[in-house]
Every structure is written in C-alpha cells, then in structure tokens.
Design a binder for this molecule. Structure first.
Ligand SMILES: Cc1cc2nc3c(=O)[nH]c(=O)nc-3n(C[C@H](O)[C@H](O)[C@H](O)COP(=O)(O)O)c2cc1C
Length: 113
C-alpha cells in the first residue's frame, strides 16, 4: 500500500486515538506488525507556541518510519504552519482531524466542525 510517496509494509493502520496512541503504544503496535502508526491529535496552536507537553507528543526517538501525525485546528494559516512543524519533526504523513465530535473541540471550530 502507498499513501502519496509513503510506502507501507502492509495495510494495517492504527487509528489515531487521543490518550491512547502515545509513544509506547506506537512502538508496541509497530513491533506487532502495524504498517502505519498515528499520533494522538495535536493542536496547531500548541505546536506554534511550542507547548512543552505537546512537543513531548512528537518525541519519535527509536520509532520506525513511516509515522503519521494528526493535527487539529480551525485556521488554514495556523494549520499550514503546524503541518510544516510536524514534518520538520519527523512526520511522513500529516493527518488532519476532521471528525472529533467532542464539544470543547467543536466549539472552537475544530475537528468535526
Ligand atoms: C479513546 C479514543 C480516542 C480517539 N481519538 C481520536 C483522535 O484523536 N483522532 C481521530 O481522528 N479519531 C479518534 N478516535 C476515533 C478512532 O480513530 C476511530 O475512528 C474510531 O474508534 C472508529 O474506529 P473503529 O470502528 O475501528 O472502532 C478515537 C477513538 C477512541 C475510542
């Protein structure tokens, strides 16, 4: 399977899950044959303001490529900046969250909004 220029070893892709698909989860998923792992969703503004907790979510030491990073936000300009940041930090794929139904996300015009 191939997504854009990124070749996957197989068609098994981890769903992005906030609070679940952290570094430990991704390493175990890859060790058990997952072809592509995805981070938890990461806020575009938190990336731009270099929030330390958010940057820890982009710690990919000892992780195998390919890696997909999911970002969320509401403004195309800050989403573009955030996409550039995650690619610089090692993302092979940038996944945009367009499905999160959580009220605190939707009320900001993010996720499923
Ligand atoms: C605990 C939890 C957290 C989730 N967080 C995200 C998320 O951050 N981004 C996202 O796109 N989907 C998120 N989802 C949705 C899943 O990625 C997936 O689309 C959903 O569980 C449906 O897949 P399934 O039919 O295989 O269960 C989450 C789901 C769960 C259960």
């Amino acid at each position: 399977m191939q997504i854009g220029s990124v070749k996957l070893a197989n068609q098994v892709i981890s769903a992005p899950m906030a609070g679940v698909t952290d570094r430990a989860f991704r390493i175990l998923a890859r060790e058990n044959g997952c072809g592509l792992v995805v981070t938890e969703m990461v806020s575009d503004l938190a990336l731009i303001f270099a929030n330390p907790k958010t940057l820890r979510m982009l710690d990919f030491r000892n992780e195998q490529s390919p890696l997909s990073v999911q970002i969320f936000g509401s403004d195309p300009e800050t989403m573009g900046k955030a996409a550039a940041i995650v690619v610089e930090r090692g993302a092979n794929i940038v996944d945009i969250n367009m499905g999160c139904p959580t009220p605190k996300i939707v009320k900001n015009g993010e996720g499923s909004a």
